[in-house]
Write a protein that binds this ligand. Sequence first.
Ligand SMILES: [Fe+2]
Length: 300
Amino acid sequence: MIDRYIIAEKFFPKAECMRADVDRHFGTPDHSSGDSHQIWDYWHVPGLYTYLRTDPARVLEKALVDEFLWQLQRWATDFLGLSRISRPYLSLYVNGCGQGLHNDAGNGRWGFVYSLTRWEERLFTGGETQIFKDTPYWETRAMSYPAAGQAFYDLIAPRFNQLLVFDDRLIHGVPPLQGTMSPRDGRIVIHGHISEGAVHTNGTLTQSEVDSVLTSAQAYVDSALASHGNPFTGCITVRLTVDATGAVLGAVAMNDRILRTCPNAGDPKQFTTDLMHFLRTLRFPASEGQTLVTAAVRVG
Ligand SMILES: [Fe+2]
């Protein structure tokens, strides 16, 4: 199974250009007025969320934002087999801002946090992304001896030009910032969610030819799981290599994050293995040559 979070350093080659836009936006506070600056939504849910957010293209050059999102989509497609990126936010945290513990189940398969924060020069404490461990507490050694803090969670520093993606179902938050009221010195990130898009084909089969086979395969998986009380939940993206006869030559799991819905369910790894076996038995229509198919199988 793929790790619960992934970090990609030095993600976007034009990070400094985006950061320059941030510095320009906040660079003349005594002359900030009009449409270019009356753009920040102060999002405050008592006990849970406190920060400022806006559409990234209100602060950053739109062409840069589009290029960043294109690169993120390509990365997510290549690495996770997921191609849908939600409308992102640009968020700003200064003294007192943070996020209480929550999950984003249903908002996407993975959350992403891309940082434009000058982390190494920061003048505040807090502001990391806090991600709880996903091992059931009673199965960890942390319950056997006095433990605290990072025995239960990881703190991921939002370093400049770093992309963090994490399973949206994980309990996470942002410890409150303490120490600066200056927006240029605060935590500033682009964030949103990644999920499955349409089936992607590269080869001689058409999308509709692939869709009809995969729709029936999904129905088979749904009914098989329902007959066992839906013991698993999550999403697997698969990359299938289909030859000219329509036979599946290979099936590789990419985004494999299947979890049990109850403690006595079977082994998710075995479920994934069985699913790959099943997908190798599919028959697609014959075509002129080979086709690479990337598709998501929803589980539970
Ligand atoms: Fe979140």
